[in-house]
Design a protein. Structure first.
Length: 223
């Protein structure tokens, strides 16, 4: 089944044309967490966000545990999948003080920068509609790849265009855009395996850079 446009909510389908069972299982788990009504900080995204439960587990506990956080990241998600999830229970019942959103890297192969940005915009609008009290920390999509001409790195120009568009969503009141991508490259200007072992997902060291970069703003939003 061909993917939906990036701004149209959609469940995730496998190559067999059936709904991805892992996607549904994770979604149902997240809905259950939402129904508990305890989470005060919600992270929404794809496998990069989901990585907090893996390589970033210890950093997560030290940096965010005091905020009663919930990690709603699912590997392979595109904007349309996150949109479907938050329209189907993941932001119901709970009343978080803040939501951290970073999504779009999995859209780059099929969608235009404008389309991806539109998808991000609709997600932000949906979060605002469902959780008007929550401040949104909208992160620029992170850089990827070890070489500009490589399979991953070739997408960075498109991601820069996406980020330029979504940065305009920052209103200084409820939506706050933050580009921390420049924190990840090492002094020579390249991403390294020490920070991103596969040049897409973060090591514990990469997660520490991430946590340190958003920490001050989160502390402000979580007051």
């Amino acid at each position: 089944m061909p993917p939906q446009p990036p701004d149209v909510p959609a469940e995730k389908y496998g190559k067999d044309g059936k709904i991805n069972p892992g996607f549904i299982a994770s979604h149902e788990k997240f809905v259950g967490i939402a129904k508990e009504g305890k989470a005060q900080l919600v992270f929404l995204g794809d496998s990069i966000t989901a990585g907090w439960a893996g390589n970033g587990k210890e950093v997560w506990a030290k940096a965010f545990a005091a905020y009663t956080p919930a990690n709603f990241g699912i590997g392979g998600d595109r904007t349309q999948h996150v949109l479907w999830r938050i329209q189907n229970g993941e932001l119901d019942v709970i009343k978080p003080k803040a939501a951290v959103l970073m999504i779009g890297t999995n859209n780059v192969g099929a969608d235009t920068p404008e389309g991806i940005a539109k998808g991000v915009t609709v997600i932000v609008e949906t979060i605002r509609a469902k959780q008007p009290q929550a401040k949104i920390l909208l992160l620029a999509v992170f850089p990827r790849g070890d070489k500009p001409t490589g399979k991953l790195g070739a997408s960075n120009d498109k991601l820069k265009q996406v980020n330029a568009i979504i940065s305009k969503l920052d209103d200084g009141k409820n939506i706050f855009y933050l580009d921390i991508g420049g924190k990840f490259p090492q002094p020579e200007g390249a991403l390294t395996k020490e920070i991103m072992p596969d040049f897409l997902h973060h090591s514990a060291a990469g997660c520490q850079i991430w946590a340190d970069a958003i920490g001050p703003k989160l502390a402000e939003l979580m007051k």
